[in-house]
Design a protein around this ligand. Structure first.
Ligand code: 5GP
Ligand code: MG
Length: 204
């Protein structure tokens, strides 16, 4: 079962965000409804198993919180910190900022990320996890941008297929901001253009 977002919904941008946000791509209601469906699928597929959920920081915070609250299975939760260096909208060099603490050997792992874009992040993290010999690894992403894929990789659970927009909100950031928007949206062009390249921004 798939959920595809082709263009913006008719939902108006809430007044308090109108200065920064160009449009709402996925509303709070759509998010809640879809996440509930994903939770149910996961619960059914992993029934009788104890899950280890491995979530990538920090973009997954809201999605993860909503997702796991509705999974009524015994589960443990851990995080891997991964950051693609730079402030802009293009992912670059991958850096691990937090390592896994839980032992996943022989366990059923569900890897959760905010968005599957080129696939580089997911591929690197999967390689890292496989070394730890889990029994099985499944992947779950809130958003999927198939148009930008470089690596041959798909997620097992996908919230929404979206077009090639740089999106923010519901945990996703632009230059560490806008994670607190309750919807997924697209910023106004002047906001994206406002971030200067890192060497110029760096303090002297
Ligand atoms: P990938 O390695 O698949 O190219 O990129 C995955 C990571 O890049 C995601 O975990 C996310 O942090 C970031 N990313 C990719 N596309 C977007 C986007 O549209 N908005 C935001 N905020 N982050 C994105
Ligand atoms: Mg991320």
């Amino acid at each position: 079962m798939k959920s595809t977002v082709r263009k913006s919904t008719d939902a108006r941008v809430p007044a308090r965000w109108r200065a920064d946000v160009e449009r709402v791509l996925i509303t709070e209601t759509q998010l809640a409804r879809r996440v509930r469906i994903l939770s149910r699928q996961i619960e059914r597929d992993f029934s009788g198993r104890e899950l280890v959920i491995v979530s990538l920081l920090s973009g997954t915070v809201m999605f993860l919180a909503d997702l796991i609250r509705q999974i009524s299975l015994p589960l443990r939760l851990d995080f891997i910190g991964v950051s693609s260096y730079g402030n802009g909208t293009e992912s670059r060099e991958l850096v691990f900022t937090k390592e896994l603490r839980l032992d996943v050997r022989g366990r059923d792992v569900l890897l959760v990320d905010d968005i599957l874009d080129t696939g580089k992040t997911m591929k690197r993290v999967l390689e890292k996890l496989r070394v730890l010999k889990p029994r099985r690894i499944q992947t779950c992403v809130l958003l999927n941008k198939a148009a930008r894929r470089i690596e041959n990789i798909e997620a097992d659970y996908v919230g929404f297929d979206i077009p090639d927009y740089f999106v923010v909100g519901y945990g996703l950031d632009f230059a560490e901001r806008y994670r607190n928007l309750p919807f997924v949206g697209v910023l106004k062009p002047h906001i994206y253009e406002s971030v200067l390249p890192a060497p110029i921004k760096r303090k002297r």
